[in-house]
Design a protein around this ligand. Structure first.
Ligand code: ZN
Ligand code: ZN
Ligand code: ZN
Length: 143
């Protein structure tokens, strides 16, 4: 038992959160990606039975990006996020999506400010977006 709580303490320290925050995130089904340093749902990780929690230490998006040739600088997740945002902008310009200012926030009904990639930034989800206001958008990324 002592060794288990000790390893949580080490893991929490490594990612820069308190043990309480760490345990709360784990309890919420999240896992910290060692590459993009974001807390992501465990389904965004590949199975790796050699690891203590049975999951790869790097999220699927980071793994995918690191095996692909990099064209733009910056951290992998930020890179795919930029491409995803560009794809949305293009879709709006071409008329596939309504301009976000004409939409209402999915969460609170106020005028929307951003399109949020609610399924993540994988290429297949680039146009899987919901309109959100600034406040609700921030909340979604913290939640
Ligand atoms: Zn990642
Ligand atoms: Zn809102
Ligand atoms: Zn977002």
């Amino acid at each position: 038992m002592g060794s288990a709580s000790g390893s949580i303490k080490t893991a929490a320290k490594r990612v820069g959160v308190t043990v309480e925050e760490y345990e709360a995130n784990i309890a919420a089904g999240l896992k910290h990606c060692g590459t993009c340093r974001m807390w992501l749902p465990t389904e965004r990780y590949a199975i790796d039975r050699s690891r203590h929690d049975g999951l790869c230490s790097t999220c699927l998006d980071c793994r995918r990006v690191s095996t692909r040739k990099r064209r733009v600088g910056g951290p992998p997740d930020q890179q795919t996020a930029t491409l995803a945002v560009e794809a949305v902008r293009r879709a709006v310009r071409l008329g596939f999506l309504e301009p976000v200012r004409e939409r209402r926030c999915t969460d609170c009904g106020q005028p929307a400010a951003h399109y949020h990639h609610h399924k993540g930034y994988a290429r297949t989800n680039w146009l899987e977006v919901v309109p959100l206001c600034v406040g609700c958008h921030q909340r979604r990324h913290i939640a």
